[in-house]
Design a protein around this ligand. Structure first.
Ligand code: HEC
Length: 237
């Protein structure tokens, strides 16, 4: 019996680890810790998103006013800091770029990022945004370790600088420095991934917050019910 349990356990482990490798195409992924209750991180992520991503990618499942409420900002703060003049607070996060133009410029249309965190996973996104490297053979001059021949330029190059790729070892190293240290750049990216995870499943914030109250309720209920159970059964033993 014990051998059977061991066999099942090992079988299960190998299936899950195989899936992790398959999802990344065999490349090691940099893990990221998400914290949807960290409002400051979500706000920093939102700022990076609207400044550096929202010109090409929409997030059309997300409305500005819902985002404001969820990440702890007022409508006014969102309007002045995170929106362009022509949009209204109840609008979804769309972009002005036309599909035909996008095709012409990048060869592909930048996908909507509303649910990208669910499609790709947070660790993949974290790695993707940290792993653009110089490659002269590509139209954008860059390539990416987890998205081979990607059509997206390295939009955060000013912050990260440029990396070069050692074809033999697969290692990345700085070719030129950016404005941010490695540590600060990684924080910028993890905040952005935190934000992308939030827009992928906005109601999770409420669910997590509600969960605490449910547990507290169950605990108090237990304090009441347990003495009651004792009282009911005391004559039976
Ligand atoms: C200049 C336009 C442009 C900007 C700005 C831009 N992207 Fe992209 N992005 C693209 C294009 C084009 C693709 C499609 C690449 C392909 O399919 O080869 C893409 C692809 C992606 C993908 C992969 C989607 C997939 O197919 O799984 C992710 C994730 C992504 N972008 C995230 C971001 C984030 C986050 C930002 C902001 C830091 C950003 N992008 C900024 C043009 C852009």
């Amino acid at each position: 019996m014990r051998t059977l349990i061991y066999a099942l356990f090992i079988g299960l482990m190998s299936v899950t680890s195989f899936q992790a490798v398959a999802a990344s195409g065999g490349v090691h992924l940099d893990p990221v810790e998400l914290d949807l209750s960290d409002k400051a991180s979500l706000q920093r992520g939102a700022k990076t998103f609207v400044n550096y991503c929202l010109s090409c990618h929409s997030a059309s499942f997300m409305r500005y006013n819902r985002m404001a409420k969820d990440i702890g900002l007022t409508d006014e703060q969102v309007k002045t800091n995170l929106m362009f003049a022509s949009e209204k607070i109840g609008d979804t996060m769309t972009i002005a770029m036309r599909t035909e133009d996008a095709k012409k410029w990048f060869g592909v249309v930048p996908p909507d990022l509303s649910v990208i965190s669910r499609a790709r996973g947070a660790d993949w996104l974290n790695t993707y945004l940290r792993s653009f490297y110089l490659d002269d053979s590509k139209p954008m001059g860059t390539n990416n370790t987890v998205f081979k021949d990607v059509g997206m330029p390295h939009v955060l190059w000013e912050q990260q600088g440029y990396l070069s790729h050692d074809d033999e070892t697969g290692h990345l190293a700085h070719d030129s420095e950016g404005e941010l240290s490695n540590h600060d750049y990684n924080t910028m990216v993890s905040d952005l991934v935190n934000f992308l995870a939030y827009i992928g499943e906005p109601s999770k914030i409420q669910r997590l917050a509600l969960g605490k109250w449910v547990l507290l309720y169950l605990f108090i209920l237990f304090l009441v019910v347990y003495p009651m159970k004792k009282a009911f059964w005391k004559d039976i033993h």
